[in-house]
Design a protein around this ligand. Structure first.
Ligand SMILES: [Zn+2]
Length: 237
């Protein structure tokens, strides 16, 4: 009897403690990835680029999970497309995917994007090309709507596991200026410069890595991502 009473007393306290950090179930956003022949060659072939992309999506989901960013991405389609990016910077390929283009070649990413949106119900669509730069940023290796549905990622940057979780993180409203640099010099995924040592977290002032907080009051991408989670996942529902 005494034990029961004690537990009853503890229930409201536990609710108070658990309540603020409890997570709602992650909504699933479906992702399709389109890549070019040149992007395939840079990664060693079709099986190799596909394996690499599947791994990078796993890294993205792990990053989201351990940051409590609360989004989950399911890869529903990976497809090589007949788009020639020679002489086309990465930003232009991103625009071709998101908004279209003038020439027959430029229209291919948008048309292929529409097909995977319709047939595979892809909420998010990403294109991988060998292009870099554009939009006034010579060194850019990725572009994404922030928040939004589209991204473009450089084929060589797939060797770095940060590229995909970074660009997909933008689709969930992640911002460079909300990324966090930990006291040990590691930076969270949305940091604007890939050259730095990074850790598989989106900034969150309530989540620690090896005892160290991964964010602060202003450096909190996780809360932005949780707000965007359902909008992306429910795009076609
Ligand atoms: Zn970025």
């Amino acid at each position: 009897m005494k034990v029961t009473k004690k537990w009853i007393k503890f229930i409201p306290l536990l609710t108070l403690i658990v309540g603020p950090v409890a997570e709602t179930q992650a909504a699933t956003s479906q992702l399709a990835i389109l890549y070019t022949n040149a992007a395939k060659n840079r990664n060693g072939g079709d099986p190799q680029i596909k394996a690499r992309l599947r791994n990078r999506i796993q890294v993205t989901n792990r990053t989201s999970r351990q940051s409590r960013a609360n989004f989950f991405v399911r890869l529903v389609n990976i497809k090589r497309i007949g788009y020639n990016e020679r002489g086309v910077d990465l930003f232009s390929s991103f625009i071709h995917l998101a908004g279209g283009g003038f020439t027959a070649n430029e229209k291919i990413p948008r048309n292929e994007g529409r097909i995977v949106e319709r047939r595979a119900k892809a909420d998010l669509v990403s294109i991988i090309t060998t292009g870099t730069g554009g939009g006034g940023n010579r060194g850019a290796v990725g572009w994404a709507n922030t928040p939004g549905y589209y991204s473009a990622i450089n084929a060589d940057s797939l060797g770095n596991t940060q590229g995909v979780p970074h660009e997909i993180g933008h689709n969930f409203d992640g911002l460079h200026q909300r990324a966090h640099r930990l006291p040990n010099g590691l930076t969270t995924v949305m940091w604007g410069n890939f050259a730095r040592a990074w850790t598989q977290y989106y900034s969150n002032p309530h989540v620690r890595r090896n005892g160290v907080l991964t964010g602060n009051g202003n450096k909190n991408n996780a809360i932005r991502m949780r707000r965007r989670d359902y909008a992306n996942a429910n795009r076609f529902r």
